[in-house]
Design a protein around this ligand. Structure first.
Ligand code: PLP
Length: 313
């Protein structure tokens, strides 16, 4: 077996030995019937961690985001999204496919949308146009190289939402990275939004799963949506068990990833053809430009692969 240094994503983490043991020993029930105690424990912990009434264990972040959009919107409505956001670019357009709403992209500075731009993107009630009903924020921001969106930006966007009667959903796939990097507790970010999705399966190392947290009544509706989308899972305590370890034992170590990412960025900086400002690497994602007269991006990746180094372009 070839051993690779795999820099493609923080999703290529493997479950720890302790997680594998917890999976083998997990107490399970039938979660579609609502009686898997390990899932119940994980959902209660996720809700408490985020300071929300309830939480729902979902097979993926994409499904959790899909459910969130569906539970806050109706057909003929519109959702304000950041133009490089995952929910807009990387989730196979579930907004139109599942929720029948249109996304309205807004530009940003490193993922933080100007509240004035967001306010300007809110539609005036009109028979011609969709009704704006939801704002989505992403933190950390994946396509902006893991940028941390400051709490002050959350507060400003909350103000805009409240002034116009809109809901706010946080795609917090890496909200723990944002918290560890900024020193702001996850609950402080979560307090400013109506619902939050976060991933257990990235830097927290669980093999599967995302949590959607929010008000009890909406999350119960979300449970029905999850079933309708085919995301009802049976003896799924085997997957909730590593999720519990992810939440209780793996958050602290994210800072090690941040230190390594910074070191990698500093090392890349100044190599021929590489364009990166190491100062912008705040968390665990390193994105750099590459332009070289004698080497295409694809050729660079191929050569690295032969050396046992994997990366994504
Ligand atoms: C990974 C990710 C998701 C969800 O991804 P899944 O692969 O569906 O679990 C959502 N938002 C962001 C920003 C992500 O990076």
């Amino acid at each position: 077996m070839t051993t690779y240094s795999d820099f493609r994503s923080d999703t290529v983490t493997r479950p720890t030995e302790k997680m594998r043991r917890a999976m083998a020993e997990a107490v399970v029930g039938d979660d579609v019937l609502g009686d898997d105690p390990t899932v119940q424990k994980l959902e209660a912990l996720a809700a408490e961690t985020m300071g929300k009434e309830a939480a729902l264990f979902c097979p993926s972040g994409t499904m959790a985001n899909s459910i969130a959009v569906k539970m806050w919107t109706n057909a003929l409505e519109e959702v304000i999204v950041e133009e490089r956001s995952h929910i807009y670019n990387m989730e196979s357009t579930h907004m139109t496919f599942i929720s029948g709403v249109t996304p309205r992209p807004v530009r940003s500075v490193r993922g933080a949308m100007d509240p004035k731009d967001v306010a300007a993107a809110i539609r005036k009630p009109n028979v011609h146009t969709p009704r704006t009903s939801l704002i989505c924020i992403e933190n950390t921001h994946n396509n902006w190289g893991g940028a941390v969106i400051p709490l002050a930006n959350f507060q400003a966007l909350r103000g805009v939402a409240d002034a116009h009667g809109l809901k706010v959903h946080l795609d917090g796939a890496r909200i723990f990275n944002a918290s560890v990097a900024s020193g702001v507790p996850v609950r402080a970010f979560a307090d400013e939004v109506d619902s939050i999705q976060f991933c257990l399966s990235k830097g927290l190392s669980a093999p599967v799963g995302s949590m959607l947290a929010g008000p009890k009544e909406r999350i119960e509706f979300g449970r029905r949506l999850r079933k309708a989308l085919g995301g009802g899972m049976r003896q799924v305590g085997v997957l909730a068990a590593p999720g519990l370890i992810a939440l209780t034992e793996m958050v602290e170590r994210l800072k090690d990833d941040h230190v390594r990412a910074k070191r990698l960025a500093r090392g890349l900086n100044g190599l021929p053809g590489v364009r990166i400002d190491p100062e912008t690497v705040e968390t665990d994602i390193v994105i750099f430009g590459f332009e070289h007269p004698g080497l295409s991006c694809g050729a660079l990746l191929d050569r690295r692969k032969h050396k046992g180094i994997l990366a994504l372009a």
